[in-house]
Ligand binder design. Structure first.
Ligand code: NAD
Length: 490
């Protein structure tokens, strides 16, 4: 592994995300040698803490990761330092500046600065602004910004935020985290498509009937109620994760597998996504909110949720791309809480043969051919399956669908890096492939805004689905109307 040389400034160092995801990811990178002598992290949050207290907090966060050599975790935590800091107080940044200058010398980080904003989104703009005003940037190495979601709550607020960020950082310095892009099988979409003639040559409206994307959660809103009720599934899942997955499925082949070439194609794909009129949005989008059941209260009765909340916990939609490759091929997407199971999968449904010679009335078989389906299992399993029709063994002639299936073994899965580890590493390397660009985010918001506006005006009939189901009946009807059905059903 090549060592990445960097001085990381983490805003929100005492937060939940830092503790659960960021420190463990950095430790894994350290174990693999991607981080070594020349890295340090300056953590900040409001409360006073000594460096030693902070190092103990980091040690606690990585305690379940087995060491590869003795004393590894202790050596790792020696790279962590702490500064109490209020992001809204400009004068506090002066202290950061001094400490960063010292750490840069001490660890020989060559002026490479990576700022990570893991704080509430209302602070994103303020922090970026102060980084520039109080001169935390260097002229020697690189200046990069990693930021958490959400990126705005509609196009207007996202644009305002982006305008603020761009006063300090240019697009090539900003890494917007969408952790779905860090998942093994989401990254594998490109390998499957562009590494296989038998797949990419069929990847168009001549051979594909429809594509289905399901991001299903089993849990309800739990302790994030306050945030979630203000957001809803459309903003929390569709605008970012689903749009990013769909863009990878729909994009044209990039000239090369570099971040700039991939970006161009994802942006083009999202540009050709049809933005609905309000009445089209009404017929192509379905929303839902879960009722009581399974020994758990309804969404509206959860702690922290207003009893008359009309926030959606489920969305299903039909998306259309107006381009040569996809004209006429619907992309059906759905996501929700309190569904049957926790999983993410993509089902690519191919057209049936134009003529079914086995449906000849003189043959014994009464079955008709099933559609070929390429299923990409994103999680919890990683792998894919191709459903093909074959003759069932035995006398007579019947066809039956069989699966050609590849699933990663438990060992391979254990070895696979977590999304945050991959994404951290990508940002350290300056690779944007698995981050969302501003243009992608802008198109996604413009698409979603129409729906949001419509839903904000019309009062929904909630609750409308049972926990443990796959959402409201209208989600099935969305496909039934087109003579289709969800491939994954209960
Ligand atoms: P958190 O509330 O646990 O932590 C927030 C941190 O910000 C704390 O360290 C707090 O001290 C600090 N902070 C708050 N106000 C401050 C101020 N004025 N000055 C300095 N520091 C201040 O939040 P979190 O769950 O860690 O989330 C952080 C970010 O990550 C958010 O943008 C969130 O949307 C995003 N995110 C979190 C998760 C998750 O699983 N926790 C998942 C996806 C995205």
């Amino acid at each position: 592994a090549t060592e990445n040389i960097a001085l990381i400034t983490l805003f929100g160092a005492a937060g939940d995300l830092a503790h659960r995801k960021l420190y463990p990811s950095l430790f894994k990178l350290y174990q693999k040698g991607y981080l070594a002598e020349h890295f340090a992290l300056l953590g900040t949050s409001r409360r006073e803490k000594t460096d030693e207290e902070f190092q103990a907090l980091v040690a606690d966060s990585v305690k379940d990761i087995p060491e590869t050599k003795n004393g590894e975790a202790a050596a790792f935590t020696k790279h962590f330092f702490y500064q109490a800091h209020d992001v809204t107080k400009p004068e506090h940044y002066a202290v950061l500046k001094e400490r960063l200058a010292k750490l840069d010398k001490q660890f020989g980080t060559q002026g490479n600065r990576l700022f990570y904003m893991s704080v509430a989104p209302q602070f994103f703009g303020t922090i970026a602004m102060n980084i520039k005003k109080q001169n935390l940037l260097t002229d020697e190495g690189y200046n990069r910004l990693i930021m958490e979601k959400p990126f705005g709550r509609d196009f207007a607020s996202a644009k305002a935020l982006n305008d603020e960020l761009s006063q300090t950082f240019n697009e090539n310095q900003i890494f917007r985290i969408d952790h779905y892009l860090g998942k093994e099988m989401v990254q594998n979409i490109q390998a499957l498509r562009f590494g296989n003639t038998i797949i990419e040559s069929l990847w168009n409206n001549r051979y594909i009937d429809n594509i289905q994307v399901t991001l299903s959660e089993k849990l309800g809103v739990e302790e994030r109620a306050g945030y979630y009720d203000n957001s809803g599934a459309l903003r929390d899942m569709v605008q970012n994760h689903i749009m990013q997955v769909v863009a990878q499925l729909a994009m044209e082949q990039p000239v090369s597998f570099t971040d700039s070439d991939v970006r161009v194609e994802k942006i083009k794909a999202l540009r050709s996504l049809r933005v609905y009129t309000p009445s089209e949005a009404a017929s192509n989008f379905v929303r839902g909110q879960y009722a009581a059941g399974d020994n758990t209260p309804a969404y509206r009765d959860a702690d922290g949720v207003p009893s008359d909340s009309s926030t959606e916990t489920f969305v299903a939609a039909k998306l259309l791309f107006d381009n040569y490759r996809w004209s006429g091929v619907p992309f059906y997407v759905r996501t929700g809480k309190k569904l049957a199971d926790k999983f993410t999968r993509i089902d690519v449904v191919f057209r049936k043969p134009l003529i079914d010679i086995f449906a000849n009335p003189r043959m014994v078989s009464e079955q008709s051919l099933k559609s070929n389906v390429l299923t990409i299992y994103v999680e919890p399993e990683s792998g894919f399956a191709l459903r093909v029709n074959a003759k069932s063994a035995g006398q007579g002639f019947k066809t039956e669908p069989v699966d050609l299936k590849f699933l990663q073994s438990a060992d391979e899965k254990k070895e696979a890096p977590e999304p945050y580890e991959r994404l951290f590493h990508d940002a350290l390397e300056g690779n944007h492939t698995n981050f969302a660009s501003w243009a992608e985010i802008a198109y996604a918001w413009k698409f979603v805004d129409v729906v949001r506006k419509l839903w904000d005006i019309e009062e929904p009939q909630f609750p409308n689905y049972a926990p443990g189901s796959m959402g409201p009946a209208a989600s099935d009807e969305l496909l039934a109307r087109d003579g289709r059905a969800w491939i994954y059903k209960l």
